[in-house]
Write a protein that binds this ligand. Sequence first.
Ligand SMILES: *[C@@H]1O[C@H](CO)[C@@H](O)[C@H](O)[C@H]1NC(C)=O
Length: 237
Amino acid sequence: MLGSPCLLWFLAVTLSLVPRAQSLGPQDLKEEKEDETPRPPSHPVPCDYDHCRHLQVPCKELQRAGPTACLCPGLSSPAQPPDPPRLGEVHVVAEDGSAVVHWCAPLSPVHQYWLLLWEGNGAPQKGSPLNSTVRRAELKGLKPGGAYIVCVVAANGAGESSVPPAGGEGLEEVGGPALGPCRRVAVPPRPQTLVHVAIGVGTALALLSCSALVWHFCLRERWGCPRRAASRPTEGL
Ligand SMILES: *[C@@H]1O[C@H](CO)[C@@H](O)[C@H](O)[C@H]1NC(C)=O
């Protein structure tokens, strides 16, 4: 008896307070409610994969391990040799005769990497193989004042990535925007060498001024003695 007038009054109040509610059909209300409930993301996000990051877990493994599906960058066919990696920063430590080389993976399946190093017109020296997660390696035994070329090579079951010819042709274009697998590395002379040079020049200057002083006093003595000797007879006269 009391319930139905109350319900009617409640309905009237709510409908008059929210005029827009009339324009919303029952279907719209349903859709709004559905949007509030959490749904699995419809757009897969890119995997947390950085092709320049050292010890980067391969993207396929990230996909398998992750709780939700993520997207990996597309790769070239495993039946083809990998594209060349991109050589990044080369940090030379002149005192140790060493350099740390960084690179970025190509968009290709890679099983291993290695570095090639050569000086001038010498034959390229192949470094030890590095696994596919590695993006950084150290070069050792660089001569102070030496000029080298360093390249990074990627390999898979189908072969290895290309490297510009050892003669150095093609390196200019590669070295320009620093997008290729190779880089010229100039090792500055050891600071000790510079100190030695400075000490040498200083010593030479000191010796020169000493000899100039000695020469100066010797001449004075030579000139002075005859003068004194010459003045004695005049005094005697
Ligand atoms: C790859 O090599 C690095 C450096 O030698 C090492 O730390 C890492 O554990 C290796 N990863 C695999 C999967 O073998």
